[in-house]
Design a protein around this ligand. Structure first.
Ligand SMILES: [Zn+2]
Ligand SMILES: [Zn+2]
Length: 262
């Protein structure tokens, strides 16, 4: 019975080149109903689409990460829209703001974030939001652009209870990754505990952020069970209850029919 899902992984990254098929097989064996492979730049979006086409339980998103915003152009925008119209495309992402690394200048990050929200709205797709050290601008842009109408998710949620309350007020889902399992999770664990079961997603962000007790190694979708187990402990529920709720939410957000799962 497939009950878990990974709402955010980067299966196209070269760290999976040597054993991608085995990683995908382990995801299925671990009972994953869905894996969303998320793109971070324009060539990656087409690779994600190709990978989704080859595996029934994989869907993909098309988006330009804030790190890559400096390379935005009309040509990139057109290629992005083409990728987002390919079969099994379920969202625009990951998009957003990252003022921690500032690999692109913040004004360009903001402009590219806005443009991609507009694209998502025109295609009637939800968005996958990456935000780091940029809460105020992220909330302001989501509000200005009317992003709530199309729905979305704060991926790898990194805030505490205050940011969680503000994020929940946008109507978006909150997706928790490996850091919630770390020993120093503190405020992040509080944020997970207060997120209602019907607004919760779980993810790996593989190959990054491997959960405790496998912290430090290459992450993969099967390890989303460790994230589910930690949130279950925080909420006093079973890991299966967390997995089932997160899968239901993922299907609702990304418009995946809840058809028979085996
Ligand atoms: Zn991210
Ligand atoms: Zn990511």
């Amino acid at each position: 019975m497939s009950i878990y899902s990974d709402s955010h992984a980067h299966l196209t990254y070269d760290r999976f080149d040597a054993d991608r098929d085995a990683v995908i097989a382990r995801a299925r064996d671990a009972g994953l109903a869905h894996v969303i492979t998320v793109s971070s730049h324009i060539g990656d979006a087409d690779h994600c689409a190709d990978l989704a086409a080859a595996h029934d339980f994989i869907h993909f998103t098309a988006g330009v990460h804030p790190h890559e915003a400096k390379d935005w152009s009309l040509e990139v925008a057109r290629a992005l829209e083409r990728a987002a119209r390919r079969p099994k495309s379920v969202a625009i992402g990951e998009i957003g703001l990252d003022y921690h690394y500032n690999l692109s200048p913040p004004p360009e990050q903001r402009a590219v974030f806005r443009e991609q929200i507009t694209l998502a709205r025109s295609l009637r797709l939800p968005i996958v939001v990456h935000t780091r050290s940029a809460w105020e601008d992220t909330f302001a842009i989501l509000r200005d652009e009317g992003a709530a109408a199309g729905g979305g998710v704060f991926h790898c949620f990194s805030g505490g209870p205050e940011e969680a309350a503000r994020a929940l007020a946008t109507g978006f889902f909150l997706s928790f990754a490996g850091p919630v399992t770390f020993k120093n999770a503190g405020a992040l664990a509080e944020a997970a505990a207060m997120t209602p079961l019907d607004r919760l997603l779980i993810e790996t962000d593989a190959p990054y952020l491997s959960p405790h007790p496998l912290r430090g190694g290459r992450n993969e979708p099967a390890r989303v069970l460790l994230v589910a187990a930690k949130i279950a402990a925080l909420k006093g529920l079973s890991p299966e209850a967390i997995g089932e709720a997160a899968t239901r939410n993922l299907e609702r957000l990304f418009g995946l029919g809840a058809g028979p799962r085996s």
